[in-house]
Ligand binder design. Structure first.
Ligand code: PHE
Ligand code: NA
Length: 446
């Protein structure tokens, strides 16, 4: 059985793939613009608090469930307790919906690799909004991104995922550090640095907390069974406690670095911190213009962002594809092609909602109406993922039982944080997530 499902060829391979899943557009594209929209340091502070309380706790929880049950997200929950597979089913749905629009942004990144050479012009903001609102070009890039993801996923677990991640994550890290150095040394960068690291406590509103919570789940790939699925490929002597510390730490480091790459430049060049989804695409080209060989550097940077996005999209697709393989007994190829086609079609809607279909709005229970792109984002980050995390915590705390989970963890780990983790997973996580989930209703006016 183990043979058919595949395993990691090395511990490093697993770590890189898990980090590859976590580190992606969430860090480089989403985190900086969310910080810019939500008071800078205020958002960063809340984010870090939630990572410490929830991120580590749930990361360990998901990996433990997966390694114990040795199945996909749906199958793992169901195997531990019959009838609870639906928690994993939540995740399959979340992954499916997230990838539908994630791939659209992945396509934007591809476009910017090309545009680094062909030139973006003086009006960075106009260039971006022109591009994303046009009817055909972004969809072609979306198709390419989705297609590449599918090809890698078809090649199977250690063949594709590991190899790509091992090589490219370190390269991305190095280039990000260089970009940060350029950005923080720009004239007028200081104001941006201050904005990013100084929390103004009066800015910590409910909206900021909700946004930060959604981002914790999104950025760590939590609440949808990815770490369950990846954990299922791990051997019993793997130190899960250590991994659950390492992965969120690295992910947060990259997000913070991305903030330092973008926000100082926003102030130095007089852009708006609350620019939204365009922040990275508008700011970075301006930073690269201030560097020697900027064109080349820009292309290389976006290329590595693209690979980071790809290693995340692979994991998003893997959850869905593994579901098809394990539950419907489909071949890997059939499962991939089936789901890819569906996600591509939904993504077309997400892309068009940036232009031709921008008037098509979906009313939502928070009192707002969203275009397709925003709806997919809000629905998954603020609802599906936190709900998945909440159910996962309840599952461990009260259904499977903390002692059973602890036994599984201790097979490969000293588990020094056992007592702390027990309190967090059983009480703190469920209560905190539940309160924040509830409060989104009707309170999120923009
Ligand atoms: N964590 C990824 C990122 O930060 C996105 C992602 C979300 C991947 C959920 C898998 C699951 O870009
Ligand atoms: Na991330």
């Amino acid at each position: 059985m183990e043979q058919n499902r595949g395993t990691w060829s090395s511990r490093f391979g697993f770590l890189m793939a898990a980090v590859g899943s976590a580190v992606g557009l969430g860090n480089l594209w989403k985190f900086p613009y969310l910080a810019g929209e939500n008071g800078g340091g205020a958002f960063v502070l809340v984010y870090i608090v939630l990572i410490v309380l929830l991120g580590f706790t749930l990361m360990l929880a998901e990996m433990t469930i997966g390694r114990h049950a040795n199945s996909d997200a749906y199958g793992s929950y169901n195997k531990i307790k019959k009838g609870w597979g639906f928690i994993g089913g939540f995740g399959v749905l979340a992954g499916f919906l997230i990838l539908s629009y994630y791939s659209v942004v992945g396509g934007w990144v591809l476009k910017y690799i090309v545009a680094s050479f062909t030139g973006i012009g003086a009006d960075k903001s106009g260039y971006f909004s022109n591009f994303i609102s046009s009817p055909v070009e972004p969809i072609i890039y979306h198709l390419i991104f989705m297609g590449l993801t599918a090809v890698i996923v078809i090649r199977g677990i250690s063949g594709g995922i590991e190899k790509a991640a091992k090589l490219l994550m370190p390269a991305l890290f190095a280039l990000l550090v260089v970009t940060v150095l350029r950005s923080v040394t720009l004239d007028g960068a200081m104001e941006g640095i201050r904005y990013f690291i100084t929390p103004d406590f009066s800015e910590i509103t409910l909206k900021v907390v909700i946004a930060a919570l959604g981002q914790v789940f999104f950025s760590l790939s939590l609440g949808m069974g990815i770490m369950v699925t990846y954990g299922s490929y791990l051997s019993k002597d793997e130190d899960l406690e250590k991994d659950a510390f390492l992965i969120p730490s690295l992910d947060s480091l990259v997000a913070i670095l991305a903030g330092f790459a973008l926000l100082p430049a926003v102030f130095a060049f007089g852009f708006e911190p609350g620019e939204g989804p365009g922040l990275m695409f508008i700011t970075l080209p301006a930073v690269f213009e201030e560097m020697p060989l900027g064109m080349l550097f820009g292309a290389l940077f976006f290329l590595l962002v693209f690979f980071a996005a790809l290693s995340s999209s692979i994991s998003l697709m893997e959850v869905t594809v593994a579901f098809g393989i394990d539950q419907f007994k489909w071949s890997r190829k059939a499962s991939t092609i089936f789901f890819t086609t569906l996600m591509f079609i939904i993504g077309i809607g997400a892309s068009l909602s940036m232009g031709a279909w921008s008037d098509f709005l979906i009313p939502w229970i928070d009192g707002n109406s969203y275009g397709i792109f925003d709806f997919l984002d809000v629905f998954t980050s603020y609802y599906l993922l936190p709900a998945g995390g909440l159910l996962g915590a309840i599952f461990i705390g009260f259904i499977w039982g903390v002692p059973n989970a602890v036994k599984e963890i201790k097979m490969g780990s000293a588990f020094r944080t056992e007592k702390l983790w027990t309190v967090l997973i059983k009480f703190v996580v469920p209560v905190l997530v539940f309160i924040i989930l509830l409060s989104t209703t009707g309170l999120l006016d923009k």
